[in-house]
Design a protein around this ligand. Sequence first.
Ligand code: MLT
Length: 286
Amino acid sequence: MSQTPGTMKTVSLGDVRLAVEDRGSSRSGQPVLLLVHGFPLDHTMWQSQIDYFGSHGRVIAPDLRGFGGSSNAAPPEGSSHCAIEMCTYADDLAALLDRLEITRPIVFCGLSMGGYIAWQFCAKYPERVAALVVCDTRSFADTPQAVAGRFALGARVLAEGIEPVAAAMLPKFFGPDTVAKQLPCIADTVAAMHRASPAGVAAALGAMARRPDMAASLAEIHVPTLVVVGEHDAISPVEEMRGIAERVPGAEFVVIPGAGHMSPLEDPATFNAALDHFLRERAGWS
Ligand code: MLT
């Protein structure tokens, strides 16, 4: 992945240090675009969006705690200490914005686990959100079977390292065209997974397993919202994403043809065109 030197920062937030890409500058008061990655990746999954939107405005793309270049301050999963929750990541992001002195409402864009965090951020910090973009995500809680699977996988990751989670996730991430063409985003995704810490991955699995069902709260979101999904997303299918768009008042819904769960990486041109249109029409970008 390409990286422009000099735009990565490390921001200390008390018990945790977050690595963050801070690219571009806000023009005429347009809101900052905050890009929140999925599990078990890091900010580099947004490289095409950072490059594109960072030349039109300010883009912040952090590594969540335990992922990429960020430290992991989570207690070991299963310990008697209070575990981290989806809300912990949302609190980290609010503290990060404070440290970066971003006080105006932002555009929150999250993919999958980044979307689970978006629901918590919108519920806890509604005054900080100017617009919302949720990609390839879910609003429902896990089934009991999925919860058991997450905890079993977390235990294996703590014992064996990242490999079991890569083996479990990769077959579900990409659409058939991406796999047939062996697009470089597949190798980039594998590399990002291997930058995550096993303890951070296990903590995130626990946090996802415990996450609350947010379907009923979607009606309480009153900011311009864009819902994006890859046509072949096997984790958050098109019809489920359409249901999210129907529950959020006034939300727009876009399907990225041919893409799977990783739509911003698989077809960045189509994804960026959809996001660009939304930012200009609904979120004050010029
Ligand atoms: C993600 O992409 O963040 C994960 O697929 C989320 C999940 O496992 O539920």
